[in-house]
Design a protein around this ligand. Sequence first.
Ligand code: NAI
Length: 253
Amino acid sequence: MTDRFSGQTVLVTGGAQGLGRAMVSRFAAEGASVHVADRNAVALAAMSAELCTELPGKIVPKVLDVSDSDQVTDWIDQSVATEGKIDVLINNAGIIRDNRVEKISDDDWDAVIAVNLNAAFYGVRAALPHMREMGYGRILSFSSMSWRGNFGQANYVAAKAGIVGLTRTVALEGAKFGITANAIAPGLIETPMLASMNGSARDKLVKKVPLAHTGAPEDIAAAAAFLASPEARYITGVVLDVDGGLGIGSSIR
Ligand code: NAI
């Protein structure tokens, strides 16, 4: 591992498990002070206890609900007060509540939009003034390969497509301040979210992946670390598919 993020402050939402945890591990391995927000207090404490003993960076956990605007703003302001700055914001927390459109309740619509989309907006809005002041920032938000449309996921797809629009707009507004904004659209990655999917539906999908296997959380963490690094300075407003080629669509041969 390099020390690319030594001296940097990286904020990750939903970092207690899954992709978030892999990113916390990667950034801390590369020397960052990683502030991690998650609503799952038990998983958050376990993650931070396990990772902080073995990695050179620092991990600062905070229990909060990212769908609450005030909690997100306070977390970002407090992290900046502690570290003096924020270099990287990763809007990763997400949930699914799948159903066909006519069966999606108001609650299931609102909850999915709140965690997957509203939370990213709250984070970006709170982080931007601090990043602008420094003349530097990297914002990464989690979309999904399904942002293009997916059966049974209207709420999730609407949120993940919203992430693309938010990212492209923040890329424009942040550009002259040295701030880049990009999105990652993962495919089938081995996390608790994927494990919650029905087994046969999952197997059918894996067969469609050109690289013929699911991804590991570390594959996402590697892409995130690159996009969040100073080296990625000329990349902004993109949606990076990390999906083994699944997003290409079906081949006629
Ligand atoms: P996960 O379910 O394994 O982990 C999500 C984390 O977010 C958990 O630690 C959870 O406690 C936290 N969280 C959920 N709601 C929260 C809230 N209101 N406040 C604070 N924390 C909250 O999910 P996974 O698989 O790691 O996904 C991470 C991101 O990647 C999500 O945005 C997801 O939509 C996206 N994604 C994942 C894919 C996959 O195959 N795993 C595929 C495409 C996108």
